[in-house]
Design a protein around this ligand. Structure first.
Ligand code: ADP
Length: 139
């Protein structure tokens, strides 16, 4: 089933200039970019995006990490896009992510894990609406 998912190329991804490597993995998997923009995230939008972990002890350093450099956000479209992109990422802890996955290859630890991707079709819809206007989506 064709669906859309939302991704963020996180500050470590930007610092290490991994955009071409990461985007190639998504495009080579047959996914299409239907929206893309650069943004400086702030505490307010992160408190919404990370509402499920805002009370965790690792939340303040997560905000420092996510705000330390502008990020690139995109919407990818394709068959089963949500699950397929999550599989390309690997699990949250980069040290446990399998070799060949984006986090397994390029992530540092549980926090600095290169790319965010929506974890369900429902959350993909919410995140797309949070970060993109309809006029910015081309497909
Ligand atoms: P995911 O991004 O894999 O969906 P979560 O939604 O659980 O994972 O967490 C959001 C982000 O918060 C993670 O990608 C990571 O950057 C950070 N994070 C999650 N758990 C931890 C942790 N135990 N310690 C430090 N940072 C964490």
């Amino acid at each position: 089933m064709e669906e859309k998912t939302f991704i963020i190329l996180k500050p470590d991804c930007m610092e290490k200039k991994l955009l071409p490597v990461v985007m190639a993995k998504f495009l080579n998997a047959g996914l299409d970019i239907v929206a893309c923009k650069m943004s400086q995230l702030d505490e307010k939008i992160l408190a919404e995006h990370y509402a499920h972990i805002v009370d965790k002890p690792f939340y303040p350093p997560l905000v420092a990490y996510m705000t330390r450099k502008p990020v690139i956000m995109a919407i990818l479209k394709g068959d089963n896009a949500v699950l397929r992109v999550r599989k390309l990422l690997g699990c949250t802890n980069s040290l446990e992510a399998p070799a060949g996955t984006i986090r397994g290859e390029y992530g540092v630890d549980t926090r600095e894990n290169v790319v965010h991707a929506s974890d369900s079709p429902e959350n993909a819809k919410i995140e797309i609406a949070r970060f993109f206007d309809k006029a910015e989506i081309f497909g």
